[in-house]
Structure formats: structure tokens, C-alpha cells
Ligand binder design. Structure first.
Ligand code: ZN
Length: 428
């Protein structure tokens, strides 16, 4: 496929995003050429006039089936929300529920420009099936919670997810080992998860330092801070995706400095649950990589990463009372290359680079709210929304064109999601 006459976003040596123009050649699933080149062979042509190409966005932390619980419970603290509202329903979800919930989330993500994401949940076979159907790039891990005696069974399931799905969908699916959090995983269980990550040679994915409550609980129970708790279990000997990272002290930052992987910042979820604001400025200054995520639809409510980009920048500016903190350029990098690196797929995706997989979104810039169009990076972060995404290409395949999804029947997904939710609530 040849995308002709396109303007596209590239990053210069200083890390600044700039607009370039030319053509983009996608062959098989890879970006073969970009810029000004001649190409005579007859290939499918796509007119990119009026559009702006950018790398697909990376949602670094998600629980896709939870879309069935969107706005079921809001305006309560995290532990109440999780234990009293979410868990009773999540325990009653079946495979069908998870499949349609995941597909609903994926439809929403693709429509708002997300091409790759990381998922931690239960019943991951259904999530994997939905990912194969939707065409999205997914990094999945069975969420590990030690709530009863079936610890061995859970670890086996996590191991099976890696064996069954890693590399599937032409390499679109990869896997992680996903112990839920310090407060849901006792020491031996967490160590077993770390060992499994080592044995399977896949990264870890865990919630960390999300609330002050978590800090209190871990300090009380184990006499160490959450990060030290993870450190003692060997988590930092493996590449790791840490979701949230809101509450750190100076010693914590020292532990984080040597980590492989990085932190996925979820500003909207953290704000809605009253958790606090992650110190992205300090993390970045310490050389710790920070990506962006929405967290699950039941806490974030929206999976539009354009909204998440705004929140990330706004909250940081408010926290420091300084408008220069976390620029639009920095936020764009967080939502693309940084996220891809933290998900362990940074060599394949995250930028419009020759040789990388063709994960590309085309923005329709011919909009009132994007006119006249001064600084493009600023426009994308501060003015654009997911509704401005016109075309989405993942792994070289067009999965949305003219805002019409090619892989998912939207009406069918919504009808099924409503019906599944109705039946789920009846089982409560
Ligand atoms: Zn989460």
C-alpha cells in the first residue's frame, strides 16, 4: 500500500516532534519507505491529502473486559470501589462476558487511535480471541491474585497464556506475567510470579504505589514500603511494567533508576479515584521511562488516549504550578515510543520508522478545532480528540477507514455488551 501526499510526524535528535511530508510505502506488515522516493510498481494507493500520519498510540495499562462495568461505580475511594463494587461482579463474569467486554474496549481504542495496548485480567483466552478478531496489537497477562488456595492453578494459567498466545496473530500478540499488586500478592506468590517471568522470558506487569492506603497496608503488614517489597521479591531483576507509580519517596526513585521497563502513568484513573498525581517530571529527570495508559474502562470511563495526554500534561503543570512542565512533545513521546518500549515491543512499533511494523493512524486535520494549525504537536495533544482519527492501520492492515471499523461490527458489539451486562447484574 502506498499512502500518497501525506504529512507525517517524525522525531528529531532533540526529541522534538516535527512535521514532514512525502509518501509512505507499506509492504506486508512493515513500513518499507517514508519520505520522498519513487516507486513504480502497482500497489493499492491511499490518498493522504489533508491527513496527518502519526504512530499509533500505545495504551500501556488496561483491563479490557471491565468495559461492561463502565460507570457502574464512581465517586468512591479505590479500595471500596475495588472490593465492594468491582470484585463481586468480576467474579461472576463468564467467558462470553469477557469476550464482548474486551471487544467493546478494543473497538473504542481503535476508534480513538490506539494500535497497541497491555492487558492484565482473568480469562485471557477470551481477550486473546478478541485481539485476534479486532486486529489490535496486544500484550496480555493473566492477572494473578492470591485470594484463595488455588495459587498453583493460577500460576499454571499464567504460564498457559504465554505458551498458548505468545507470538500469535503474526506476532501481534505477546505476553507478560501479571501479579496484580503488592497488596494482592503475598511474598512467596510474588516470588513465584517473578520466577515464572524468568522461566518464560517475558516481562512482568504489576500495579504499584497507586494509593496511600496501599503504602499503609504494606508498611503495616511487611514493615517495608511497596517498592522495597517488590525489590525483595526480585521484581527488579526482570523487565517490568509498573502501573501508576503515584507515591514514591527519594529512596524509591533510587531503586527505580536501575529498572528495566518503566512506569505507565494513568492520570485520569488516578484523578477519578482520588489517588494523587504521579511525579512524571521527577521520574523523567531521574531517567526513568514513563508511558501512558488509561487503566480499565471502569475507572477511567473513557479509553481515548488523546484525553489522557491532555490530563497528563495539565496535572503535571498544576502540580508544579509551572506551564513549562511536561510539554506536548514529551507527552506524545510518552504515548508512543515510551509506551512501546515499556511493553517490550519498542523495536517493532512506537514510531514511523522504516523497518518497523506499520502501526499508523491518520488524523483528519480539516476540523474547526484544529484550525489554523500552528504547532502540530501542541494541536495533537491540546486540541485533538480520538474522534479526529480517520484511519487506523495495524500490522499493515487497515482496521478503520473513514471512521468505519473494518474488523468489528459496532452495533453487534454494543448489543452484546448490553445483553451480557444485563445478565451479569442479574447473577449478582
Ligand atoms: Zn489497573
Amino acid at each position: 500500500m502506498l499512502i500518497q501526499n501525506i504529512r507525517y510526524m517524525a522525531v528529531d535528535e532533540d526529541g522534538k516532534w516535527k512535521v514532514q511530508s512525502g509518501d509512505m510505502l507499506i509492504q506486508d506488515n512493515v513500513i518499507r519507505n517514508i519520505g520522498n522516493f519513487s516507486f513504480d510498481e502497482s500497489v493499492e494507493k491511499l490518498d493522504g491529502k489533508g491527513m496527518l500520519a502519526m504512530p499509533g498510540l500505545i495504551n500501556g495499562h488496561q483491563h479490557t473486559p471491565m468495559s461492561l462495568l463502565r460507570c457502574y461505580s464512581d465517586d468512591v475511594p479505590l479500595m471500596t470501589w475495588l472490593n465492594e463494587k468491582m470484585l463481586p461482579l468480576e467474579m461472576r463474569m463468564n467467558d462470553e462476558d469477557r469476550y464482548w467486554g474486551a471487544l467493546l474496549s478494543m473497538a473504542e481504542m481503535i476508534k480513538s487511535g490506539t494500535t497497541a495496548y497491555a492487558d492484565m485480567y482473568i480469562g485471557m483466552d477470551m481477550v486473546a480471541e478478541a485481539a485476534l478478531t479486532s486486529g489490535i496489537r496486544a500484550v496480555i497477562g493473566r492477572g494473578l491474585i492470591a485470594m484463595d488456595d488455588n495459587v498453583e492453578g493460577r500460576l499454571r494459567e499464567a504460564s498457559d497464556v504465554v505458551d498458548r498466545w505468545h507470538g500469535k496473530g503474526n506476532g501481534r500478540l505477546t505476553t507478560m506475567i501479571a501479579p496484580h499488586s503488592p497488596y494482592m500478592c503475598p511474598p512467596e506468590f510474588l516470588k513465584a510470579a517473578v520466577n515464572l517471568s524468568e522461566a518464560k522470558q517475558v516481562p512482568l506487569h504489576i500495579h504499584l504505589a497507586e494509593t496511600k492506603d496501599e503504602e499503609r497496608m504494606i508498611l503495616e503488614k511487611y514493615k517495608v514500603r511497596p517498592i522495597e517489597y517488590l525489590h525483595q521479591a526480585g521484581v527488579f531483576e526482570r523487565p517490568v511494567l509498573l502501573a501508576h507509580g503515584v507515591h514514591f519517596n527519594e529512596e524509591d526513585y533510587n531503586v527505580l533508576k536501575s529498572m528495566r521497563g518503566g512506569i505507565i502513568h494513568n492520570p485520569v484513573s488516578n484523578a477519578k479515584l482520588g489517588c494523587g498525581i504521579s511525579d512524571v517530571k521527577k521520574l523523567s529527570e531521574r531517567g526513568i521511562k514513563v508511558g501512558l495508559g488509561t487503566d480499565g474502562p471502569a475507572s477511567a470511563s473513557s479509553l481515548d488516549l488523546f484525553f489522557e495526554m491532555k490530563a497528563a500534561s495539565w496535572f503535571q503543570k498544576l502540580k508544579y504550578e509551572d506551564a513549562s512542565v511536561l510539554s506536548a512533545h514529551d507527552v506524545l513521546t510518552m504515548a508512543t515510543q515510551n509506551g512501546a518500549d515499556i511493553l517490550g515491543i519498542g523495536e517493532e512499533t512506537g514510531s514511523l520508522t522504516i523497518g518497523k511494523k506499520a502501526d499508523v493512524i491518520l488524523m483528519d486535520m480539516n476540523k474547526l478545532h484544529l484550525t489554523p494549525g500552528h504547532e502540530t504537536a501542541n494541536l495533537l495533544v491540546y486540541a485533538a480528540t480520538g474522534q479526529d482519527v480517520d484511519t487506523v492501520i495495524i500490522d499493515g492492515k487497515v482496521v478503520m477507514r473513514g471512521r468505519e471499523l473494518k474488523t468489528i461490527d459496532e452495533e453487534k458489539v454494543m448489543a452484546n455488551a448490553k445483553e451480557r451486562t444485563k445478565q451479569l447484574l442479574e447473577r449478582l
